[in-house]
Design a protein around this ligand. Structure first.
Ligand code: IFM
Length: 658
C-alpha cells in the first residue's frame, strides 16, 4: 500500500508536544502519547484510559440552582515511554537526530533516535510500538539500543512512571490539570474522588549490559492497563501480527482514495487512522474531543460524536457506531435525572461529560447547548436508516421518546408556532437566544422521528400526535427584507463585529475578549445556520444567500467550522471554495492550523474532513433508504474512490472529475 506512511516531513510543526499528539497510538480504550524515549524539558508524556477520570467539586464564586456539581477530568496516567540510560555512569544526553515512521496501514510506529553524552559517546535507540487493537489492555514496544562509537557498560531501565499533578501554567480555558494523585494498592490504582479502579501489569526492565561498539541489544516491553484485573499472556510478535490484520480490514472498508493531491490523500488517511484509534468500543465509553491523544477538553464527550464522527462510523464501521450510540443509551438514567432536576420532562443529556452527568461549569456555552439532545436523536435516526439494524432501534427507542418529551416540555406553543427559547446554538460566540434556527430544525427532526417510531412500534400514539403537531408548527425566523434565514431572533439586529480592527494575534477571540463583548456582536465561532443547511434540504438560492451572509462573519475559531462550510460550498456548486475549506480540514492537525495540536487531535474536524469528501465532493444524500451522489469534485482532484456500507452491503463509489 502506498501513501500510508507518516513521517516528520509531513508535519507543519515538529515541536515535541505536537509529535507526541500526532504520532500517538490508541485503540479506543488505551492511548499513549509518542513522547521522546529520553524526555526533553518540552515533553508532555502520558497515557490515557478512555472514561477513566477523576472528579472534583466545582467551586463557584456565585452558585445557582442546578449548576453542574463536579468536574470530571480524564486522568493523565503513566509515562510508558521513557528509557533511563546511563553509559559508563553518564546519564545526560543531547538528541542528535530523530526519525519517526507511522505505518498507518498496520498501526505500527517505528522510531529511531541518536543521542550523545557530554563526553561524546553515541547511542541509537530504535523503537517499534503499538497500542493493540486485538488486546486493548496492551501497549507493546520492541526496543533496540546500539552502542555507536564506544564499547562499555550501558545501564538500561524501563519503568512505567505515574505522572503526578504539576499544575497548568498556560491560560487556556480548554485545558485543565489532568494528572491526579491515585491511591495505589498492589497492582490497583484508584482515583480518590470518583473511586474508579485501574489494574496494571508492567514488565519493568532494569539491567546493566556490556556492549561492544556497533553491538545492538533488543528487548520487548508489554504494559497491561485495564479496568478489569484480568490479563492474558501475549507476545509482542503475536500482537504485531494481529494488529496488521485488523488494520488491513479497517482500510479495506474505510479507505478513501484521492487522485490529484498527495497531501490531501495523506491528510485524510491520517484523519481516518485517528478516528479508528480513539473511538470507544465497549458501550460505556465514547469519543473524547481530543480522542486518546491529549488532555484538551479533559477527555469529555460532546455533540462532536453525533454530528461529526458518527456519520463516518455509521457508513463504514457500524459496529463502532453502535457502541458509541449504546453509550448514550447507557447514560439515559443520568439524562432523565438531570431533566427532572431542572423540572423538565423526559431526558436531558449533558453538554459535556464522561460519566453521563453534566460537567460544564459555564452554562451559557455549556448546558444551554441543548441541541445536543436533538443531535443524539439525529444520529440514532441516521444509524437506523443506513444500517437497518431494527433490533438496536427496538431496544433503544426509549432514548428518542425521552428526548422528544424533554423538548415538548422545554419549548412552547405561541401565536407564531412552536418556539424554543433561551438556548445556545452551535455558534459559541452567541449565547442564550430564542429560536436558534439550527436547534429548531433539529428539534423538528427529532419530533418527526419520535412520531415515526411511535407509529412503527404502535405505542405512545397520543404523544406522537403532539410531537407531529409541534414539528409541523415549528417556528423559524426569516428576514423577509434581506431574504435571510435568521440564526436566531436577535442575531440580525446585533452590532457588527469590527473585523478590520481585530489584529490577527487576537484570534481565537475567546482568549482575548470577555464573552459579553463577543455575545453582543454579529460574530460566529463556527457554522450554525450553515450546519442546518448541510443536513436539511433548502433551495440553493437560499443556502447561497445565507452562506454569503454568515461566512464572512465566521472566525472559524472552532475547529468544527471549516469542514461544514466546505460541504455547503459544494452543495451550492462552489467547488473551488469547498476545496479550500477541505484542504484546511484535511490538514488541520498535520499543519497545526489551530495552533494547539499539542493538546490533542481535533477529532470532530477529522470526522468533518470525511463529510467534506463524502457529503461535499460526492454529494451523498440518503433518501428513503436510497443513496444519491452528485459530482462536486474541484478541478485539482482527478478522482475519488470510497466505500459505503449500506444495510450490510458494501458499495464502492468512484467519481471522476470529467
Ligand atoms: O463541541 C465543541 C464545540 O462545538 C466548540 N468548542 C469545542 C467543543 C469540543 O470539540
Amino acid at each position: 500500500m502506498t501513501d500510508f506512511t507518516l513521517t516528520l516531513a509531513d508535519l507543519g510543526n515538529t515541536s515535541a508536544q505536537n509529535i507526541e499528539t500526532l504520532f500517538a497510538q490508541a485503540n479506543g480504550i488505551l492511548g499513549v502519547r509518542a513522547s521522546l524515549p529520553i524526555p526533553s524539558t518540552e515533553s508532555s508524556p502520558g497515557s490515557f484510559i478512555n472514561g477513566f477520570y477523576e472528579s472534583h467539586e466545582i467551586v463557584y464564586g456565585e452558585n445557582a440552582y442546578g449548576y453542574a456539581k463536579n468536574h470530571q477530568t480524564m486522568v493523565k496516567l503513566f509515562d510508558l515511554r521513557t528509557i533511563e540510560i546511563a553509559i559508563d555512569g553518564e546519564s545526560e544526553f543531547s538528541l542528535l537526530e530523530q526519525d519517526l515512521r507511522l505505518e498507518m496501514a498496520t498501526g505500527i510506529l517505528s522510531e529511531s533516535y541518536r543521542y550523545a553524552t557530554k563526553s561524546g559517546k553515541k547511542i541509537q535507540i530504535d523503537l517499534e510500538s503499538l497500542a493493540s487493537h486485538a488486546n486493548r489492555a496492551v501497549y507493546a514496544q520492541k526496543i533496540s539500543v546500539t552502542a555507536l562509537n564506544f564499547s562499555g557498560a550501558v545501564k538500561i531501565g524501563k519503568k512505567a512512571r505515574h505522572i503526578k499533578p504539576e499544575g497548568i501554567s498556560e491560560f487556556d480555558p480548554r485545558l485543565k490539570e489532568s494528572s491526579a494523585d491515585l491511591q495505589i494498592s498492589g497492582n490497583r490504582y484508584r482515583t480518590k474522588n470518583s473511586q474508579l479502579d485501574l489494574f496494571v501489569k508492567f514488565d519493568d526492565f532494569d539491567e546493566t549490559l556490556s556492549l561492544a561498539e556497533s553491538q545492538t541489544f533488543t528487548f520487548t516491553q508489554l504494559y497491561h492497563l485495564s479496568r478489569l484485573n484480568d490479563f492474558s499472556d501475549v507476545t509482542y510478535d503475536t500482537l504485531k501480527m494481529q494488529q496488521t490484520a485488523i488494520f488491513k480490514d479497517f482500510w479495506a472498508s474505510s479507505d478513501i482514495e484521492i487522485v490529484g493531491d498527495d497531501k490531501l490523500q495523506k491528510g485524510i488517511r491520517f484523519n481516518l487512522y485517528h478516528l479508528f484509534n480513539s473511538a470507544g468500543r465497549d458501550g460505556h465509553t465514547n469519543f473524547a474531543a481530543k480522542g486518546l491523544t491529549g488532555e484538551g477538553y479533559e477527555g469529555h464527550y460532546f455533540w462532536d460524536t453525533e454530528m461529526y464522527l458518527l456519520p463516518f462510523f455509521i457508513y463504514t464501521q457500524p459496529e463502532i457506531a453502535k457502541s458509541l450510540l449504546t453509550f448514550r443509551a447507557n447514560i439515559l438514567p443520568q439524562a432523565q435525572k438531570r431533566a427532572a432536576e431542572l423540572e423538565f420532562a423526559g431526558a436531558l443529556f449533558a453538554w459535556r461529560t464522561i460519566n453521563g452527568e453534566e460537567t460544564s461549569a459555564y452554562y451559557p456555552a455549556g448546558t444551554a447547548q441543548l441541541h445536543i439532545n436533538a443531535d443524539i436523536a439525529y444520529a440514532f435516526e441516521l444509524y437506523d436508516n443506513v444500517t437497518g439494524d431494527a433490533d438496536f432501534i427496538a431496544k433503544n427507542r426509549k432514548v428518542i421518546y425521552e428526548i422528544a418529551r424533554f423538548w415538548m416540555s422545554y419549548g412552547f406553543m405561541s401565536a407564531r408556532g412552536f418556539e424554543i427559547h433561551e438556548v445556545t446554538g452551535p455558534d459559541e460566540y452567541t449565547a442564550l437566544v430564542n429560536n436558534n434556527f439550527y436547534t429548531n430544525k433539529m428539534v423538528q427532526n427529532t419530533f418527526y422521528y419520535a412520531a415515526k417510531l411511535a407509529v412503527r412500534f404502535d405505542e405512545n400514539l397520543d404523544e406522537a400526535l403532539k410531537w407531529s403537531t409541534a414539528a409541523n408548527k415549528m417556528y423559524f425566523g426569516y428576514d423577509e427584507k434581506r431574504q435571510l434565514t435568521q440564526q436566531d431572533d436577535s442575531f440580525l439586529d446585533k452590532e457588527p463585529w469590527e473585523f478590520d480592527k481585530t489584529p490577527t494575534e487576537n484570534y481565537p477571540l475567546l482568549l482575548h475578549y470577555h464573552p459579553m463583548k463577543i455575545y453582543k456582536h454579529q460574530v460566529l465561532k463556527q457554522a450554525d445556520t450553515i450546519l442546518a443547511h448541510m443536513l436539511f434540504s433548502e433551495s440553493k438560492e437560499q443556502i447561497a444567500r445565507d452562506y454569503d451572509f454568515y461566512e464572512p462573519l465566521t472566525t472559524h475559531d472552532s475547529s468544527l467550522s471549516r469542514a461544514v462550510y466546505g460541504v455547503v460550498a459544494s452543495k451550492i456548486d462552489r467547488n473551488e471554495q469547498a476545496y479550500d475549506f477541505f484542504k484546511a480540514a484535511a490538514t488541520m492537525d498535520l499543519d497545526d492550523r489551530q495552533g494547539n495540536a499539542s493538546h490533542g487531535i481535533h477529532a470532530a474536524n477529522m470526522g468533518g474532513s470525511w463529510l467534506g469528501l463524502i457529503y461535499g465532493f460526492a454529494g451523498l444524500q440518503l433518501e428513503n433508504g436510497q443513496i444519491k451522489t452528485s459530482n462536486h469534485l474541484p478541478k485539482a482532484i482527478k478522482s475519488l474512490r470510497f466505500n459505503l456500507l449500506i444495510r450490510g452491503k458494501m458499495t464502492e463509489i468512484f467519481i471522476k472529475n470529467d
